[in-house]
Design a protein around this ligand. Structure first.
Ligand SMILES: [Zn+2]
Length: 414
């Protein structure tokens, strides 16, 4: 249906525009350069025949494909982000196309001897015989999430060119700053006006996700007392020792390196300490809301205990919720996951439904009133030099979008 060449060219057009976001910026978008792709996307959406194309003051791009059925069917949306991760440079991306991948090592960069190898990245073996797009080893690729954008635009173009495929009203939305956790922050859910949506921001072909972590961040501040070490007996309070007690009192096996699947954790991200003051930065993650709340309580209790033990407020712990598991919001409308699952099956993809050990823009959007599961965009090894995407997976994702549109138009709004 969609030619490999066409989708490859579109993808390369996007990834060669640098759109790295910046967590240290307060503006939206966080970097000016994101406008370059945002403006281009708005133009392209007009060119392919989309309607109500808009770009707001924060660079959020939206557009509509009007319904072509008489029936009153739901309005659905497809969402992707155009920024790339600040974890690795996204400037001067030089995509390499490897046709008919034979299953061996791919030399990304001869001078620096950077090799993409299936011995390390086993997923590569899933794509033998396919066309892979990789980096040249010096940048990330940006398939996260420009593959998603490419698929959404290609699907809309296909539906416009093939009006015999019946679909309801479709909204598309492209956002800045997802990689710094703000993609949903200024997303105008009301203006978007969809009954539900899908982010096209997953990885491997078949992925379909509607569960993610509940997430909080904790800052533990420990106050000490500095006194001349020669005359400190009974006077000095060394905040680093108290902080160490705090660290060691949390369950050592409930950490990222010891957990998987549905197991939650406390993750100590940073320690900054001297005698007078030590700060611990934690993140707390758990799929289960009760366990999540219990984890926060454990930290608070430990704080109280240590304060009692030292007879004063030596520790202050501040915990802030970051996002919640979208499952709570998706379960009442589980048919939106069923439709995506059915769409995949109908075009010969085995759905891989699993819980995300992280968050997505979709989790925030779900709590903002737009239920929003996540679908694969096809790429692997995000946020680094080994990132790659099989062109065939992008085509399949495009087909999934078209099929979801078609399936949704078969049932009237009830
Ligand atoms: Zn992404």
């Amino acid at each position: 249906m969609i030619s490999k060449e066409h989708i490859t060219n579109r993808f390369i057009n996007y990834v060669t525009i640098d759109t790295e976001s910046d967590p240290n910026s307060d503006t939206t978008p966080s970097t000016k350069k994101q406008w370059n792709l945002a403006n281009k996307l708005a133009e392209e959406l007009k060119t392919i025949g989309m309607q109500e194309v808009s770009i707001d003051e924060n660079a959020y791009v939206m557009a509509t494909l009007p319904s072509n059925v008489e029936l009153d069917v739901p309005t659905i949306g497809f969402i992707a982000h155009f920024d790339t991760s600040p974890d690795f440079t996204g400037a001067n991306v030089n995509p390499q196309i490897h046709k008919n991948y034979l299953g061996g090592d791919i030399l990304l960069n001869k001078e620096e001897q950077i090799v993409l190898s299936p011995d390390y990245f086993e997923d590569l073996r899933l794509y033998i015989g396919q066309t892979l797009i990789t980096t040249d080893g010096t940048t990330l690729l940006g398939a996260d999430d420009k593959a998603g954008i490419c698929e959404i635009v290609s699907a809309m173009e296909y539906l416009i060119k093939n009006p015999e495929i019946k679909h309801g009203r479709i909204r598309v939305g492209f956002t800045p700053d997802e990689e710094i956790g703000r993609g949903a922050h200024k997303f105008d859910v009301k203006k978007f006006g969809a009954d539900w949506a899908y982010t096209m921001d997953g990885s491997q072909i078949g992925e379909l996700e509607y569960e993610n972590f509940n997430a909080a961040g904790a800052v533990v501040n420990v106050k000490g007392k500095i006194v001349h070490p020669g005359y400190a007996k009974g006077k000095m309070i060394n905040s680093m020792y108290i902080a160490t007690e705090f660290i060691n009192s949390l369950p050592r096996m409930e950490t990222p390196e010891h957990t998987e699947g549905y197991q939650g954790f406390f993750h100590l991200c940073a320690v900054k300490g001297k005698v007078e003051e030590t700060t611990l930065e934690y993140i707390i993650r758990d799929h289960d809301r009760k366990h999540f709340e219990a984890r926060k309580e454990v930290m608070q209790k430990l704080t109280d205990e240590l304060n009692n033990q030292y007879g004063s407020e030596v520790i202050v712990t501040e915990i802030k919720d970051q996002y919640y598991n979208m499952r709570e919001k998706i379960e009442p409308v589980l048919h939106i996951v069923d439709i995506a699952e059915q769409a995949m099956k109908e075009i010969g993809i085995t759905p891989l439904i699993k819980a995300i050990r992280g968050g997505t823009d979709g989790s925030q959007l779900s709590y903002m009133g737009l239920p929003c599961p996540n679908i694969f965009a096809g790429g692997h090894n995000f946020h680094g030099r080994y990132e790659y995407v099989p062109v065939e997976s992008m085509i399949k994702a495009t087909e999934v979008i078209c099929k979801i549109a078609e399936l949704t138009a078969q049932k009237p709004v009830n």
